[in-house]
Design a protein around this ligand. Structure first.
Ligand code: NAD
Length: 495
């Protein structure tokens, strides 16, 4: 049995709590992946102290040199992609093709941020006064607390840690307790790439670790991805010390299918969007709004294709969909299946846990489709985070848009249509952070902003250059070379 430690100030150390927790395979709970530290506030204190000390040196390392370390890290991840993907499937369940994609996302982001080490543009602007120079530069903020969920165990940490590092910040990282092995793999890569002691620290554990990371006055930035409820707690915990708080939270994303849509394409997209990662993506297409003229045809094809999905261990190449990530996650799925039935939604497919034979030791659930769903039902409004898709009929684009916007979340939305006017209207009117045309609600790339509106986010975006708005702040600089006192707005210039 492997026991894994925290990583603080360049050393692998056990928690001062002397407590540990087990990490087990959700496809087979007999498979113990490893034992990790159940850390406490004292461990967080040591990690923040190390990060604060290391910051004083790291912030002065030229950004292109910091970026070289990232470049090496990307190369190491490329070399270990398959190994990391297998570890990830084993610890969180999604199928190998998807975990390879997760690792690839970390590679893409790491290369992208390595490139930014030679850009990180500021602005130079003309001064309104003669012999005066005006510019702005980005400066790091200090210690960043990085708190991540389990559904993208390497991609999401990379979206946060890579921009934080290239900007010159230091990091205390707390991964989800469901995916500490992928976090450990990631931190080991950074160590091997040459990140100096104290610049990246990892502390495993649960909410009390997170609370210590969000309340400590030495922390300047909190970047959190997870549920809306926990995000709200993080926001409140960080408020008294005025931290910059970046929140990426829940979703209830919609695919809208118009009567002129290529239905085959739409079915493909809804299968991938609804059942990819067993529905456990923040961008999962958990609502499908279909024009009544093509409703029956779509439902028939979609249910048939969903029925044919092969559910099992994600390491098996024949498997299309893995298990739910944990027992509580599976219970949430089962609870919502009952809620949907009680509300009067028609259960067109699935609805049951799979617990016989090859499924006996995992958290498996049938792909589930509710049809004739009313948009006010809870299954149509609340995030389930499982393989459950609600199909809702509509009779116009305007109605589809109203249904699409009628939830508390605003991450991703999509439309299937051949009509460019409809596509543009929907693109303009869906109040989400991400929008797709003739594609499902998933498929973001690392060089455009990623994030959502309403209860999905708090106005920030990650990925691309947008990430720098989280992990740096502006300093405006004026250099007066006139040799005399020049008073802005008072000493006005004449031609
Ligand atoms: P979660 O909110 O339960 O946990 C997220 C992280 O917060 C974990 O590391 C957890 O240990 C930590 N945490 C728990 N309590 C805390 C506290 N009081 N203070 C600080 N940290 C605390 O979420 P999860 O179950 O790991 O992930 C699923 C959720 O994440 C879904 O709601 C999903 O939509 C969301 N998500 C959002 C995005 C996005 O970009 N918008 C991406 C992926 C996942």
């Amino acid at each position: 049995m492997s026991v894994h430690n925290n990583f603080i100030d360049g050393r692998w150390v056990p928690s001062s709590s002397a407590q540990t927790f087990e990490n087990r395979n959700p496809a087979n709970t007999d498979d113990l992946i490893g034992v990790f530290q159940q850390s406490n506030a004292k461990d967080v204190d040591a990690a923040i102290a190390a990060a604060a000390k290391a910051y004083e040196e790291w912030r002065l390392v030229p950004a292109p040199l910091r970026a070289e370390i990232l470049y090496k890290a990307a190369q190491i991840i490329v070399a270990r992609k398959e190994e990391f993907a297998r570890d990830m499937t084993r610890e969180m369940g999604k199928v190998l093709n998807e975990t390879r994609g997760d690792v690839q996302e970390a590679i893409d982001m790491t290369y992208y941020m390595a490139g930014e080490g030679r850009r990180m543009f500021g602005q130079t602007v003309p001064s309104e006064l003669r012999n005066k120079f005006a510019m702005s530069i980005r400066q790091p903020l200090g210690v960043c607390s990085i708190i991540t969920p389990w559904n993208f165990p390497m991609a999401i940490p990379s979206w946060k840690i890579m921009p934080a590092l290239v900007c010159g910040n230091t990091v205390v990282f707390k991964p989800s307790s469901n995916t500490p092995l992928s976090a450990l793999n990631f931190v080991k890569v950074l160590v091997e790439a040459g990140v100096p002691n104290g610049v990246v620290n990892m502390v495993t554990g649960d909410a009390d670790v997170g609370t210590a990371m969000t309340t400590d006055p030495r922390v300047s930035v909190v970047s959190f991805t997870g549920s809306t409820n926990v995000g709200r707690q993080v926001n409140q915990a960080a408020a008294p010390t005025f931290k910059k708080v970046h929140l990426e939270m829940g979703g209830k994303n919609v695919v809208m299918i118009m009567d002129d849509a290529n239905l085959e394409l739409a079915v493909d997209g809804c299968l991938w969007g609804g059942f990819g990662t067993s529905g456990q993506r923040c961008t999962a297409a958990s609502r499908v709004v279909v024009h009544e003229k093509v409703y029956r045809k779509f439902v028939e094809a979609f249910v048939a294709r969903a029925k044919a999905l092969n559910v099992g261990d994600g390491l098996d190449p024949q498997v299309d969909m893995g298990p739910s990530n944990s027992d509580p996650q599976l219970n949430t799925v089962m609870r919502y299946v009952k809620i949907g039935q009680d509300e009067g939604a028609k259960l067109a497919l699935g609805g049951n846990r799979l617990d016989k034979g090859a499924h006996a030791k995992g958290y498996f659930h049938e792909p589930t489709v509710f049809t004739d769903v009313d948009p006010n039902m809870r299954v149509a409004r609340e995030e389930i985070f499982g393989p459950v898709v609600s199909v809702i009929p509509c009779n116009s684009l305007d109605e589809a848009i109203a249904i699409g916007n009628g939830v508390e979340y605003g991450l991703s939305a999509s439309i299937y249509t051949q009509d460019i006017n409809r596509a543009f209207q929907a693109m303009r009117d869906l109040y989400t952070g991400i929008f797709y045309v003739n594609a499902p609600t998933i498929g973001a790339e690392v060089h455009l902003p990623f994030g959502g509106t309403k209860n999905t986010g708090n106005g920030h975006r990650e990925a691309g250059v947008a990430a720098f708005e989280v992990f740096s702040e502006w300093k405006s600089i004026y250099i007066d070379f006139s040799g005399k006192l020049q008073r802005a707005q008072i000493d006005t210039e004449q031609i």
